[in-house]
Design a protein around this ligand. Structure first.
Ligand SMILES: [Zn+2]
Length: 303
């Protein structure tokens, strides 16, 4: 049987796995990202992995990268948190070196693909997939396929929900990401809870809300309202059958789901809500599996 090499390129860790065509991880390796920041070491590492896993066994390589990617050409436009990769033709370089087909997309799209094929969105032809963490990553599945542009389509985190909101890393203002990202949740909680206990992680705000802390509950209510209103707009555009919530903040899913649903029910156009479900992501290692499935599906398309 032929397998696919899936690479989940994160800010802290780079995880790689040999994955079966049905999305099962056969072998896995984890590296510290800072050791592989340089292009040479990153590429050399993939080369060694391919040798270790068995070159003959690998049909294609998929990479989920933390940045803005030209998916058609496999070119990295830039990685916001890793310097030195601007306009780098990673697909071309790796294919030449490894003599294997390589496909690259951004990490949120890769996550969406994994959840759509083997996770909470399985069997649905239209879905919205969110990674809630430092930022808000998004992927959209329409007609059973990942919505793709020539570059990274589906950048849901950078849809503005306020015309004069906070400045965002993308260069715009008032993006949904500036309302629901980790940093926003922490700073809002720490501002309104003063001089009481401050939160270091979003998990703390979740725990405090569960214990009945009023300020922590207010933060989640606010988060859910903004996210729900934003999603109502996305529901009107894409008419999804499922919205899948992943990323670190999804740990608080049980807390925010009813609140997000309340805002969605109130603000989306009601015919669009028929058959819609809100669910938590369930794939462990979606970055590895999604990247491998990206390679598998891209190869089928290009046959
Ligand atoms: Zn933005």
């Amino acid at each position: 049987m032929k397998f696919f090499l899936g690479i989940d390129w994160g800010g802290t860790y780079i995880k790689a796995g040999l994955v079966s065509p049905t999305g099962k991880i056969i072998k896995k390796r984890v590296y510290t990202s800072k050791n592989l920041r340089q292009k040479n070491s990153f590429i050399r590492n993939i080369e060694l992995l391919v040798e270790e896993f068995g070159k003959d066994k690998i049909k294609g390589i998929g990479i989920g990268a933390p940045g803005i990617i030209n998916t058609k050409g496999g070119l990295i436009y830039y990685l916001p948190n890793i310097a030195g990769w601007k306009n780098y033709p990673l697909k071309r370089v790796l294919e030449k070196r490894l003599k294997k087909p390589v496909f690259i997309d951004n990490d949120a799209n890769v996550f969406g693909l994994a959840e759509s094929r083997v996770g909470s969105g399985k069997g649905k032809s239209r879905g919205i997939f969110l990674t809630l963490g430092t930022g808000l990553g998004g992927a959209v599945i329409v007609g059973g396929k990942l919505l793709e542009g020539a570059t990274s389509a589906g950048e849901l985190g950078h849809v503005p929900v306020s015309l004069k909101g906070k400045h965002c890393g993308c260069g715009s203002r008032g993006c949904i990401e500036t309302y629901v990202g980790n940093r926003y949740l922490l700073s809002r909680y720490n501002r309104i809870s003063k001089p009481n206990k401050s939160a270091k992680e979003v998990k703390d705000i979740f725990e405090m809300a569960k214990a009945g802390n009023k300020q922590a509950i207010a933060v989640w209510e606010d988060f859910s309202y903004v996210l729900g209103r934003f999603l109502a707009g996305m529901i009107n555009v894409f008419n999804p059958q499922v919205i899948v919530f992943g990323g670190g903040v999804s740990g608080a899913f049980s807390l925010f789901k009813p609140l997000v649903k309340k805002a969605i029910d109130k603000y989306a156009m009601w015919p669009q809500l028929k058959g819609l479900t809100l669910v938590k992501a369930k794939v462990s290692e979606p970055g590895i599996i999604g990247a491998a499935l990206l390679a598998k599906e891209s190869l089928l398309l290009h046959k």
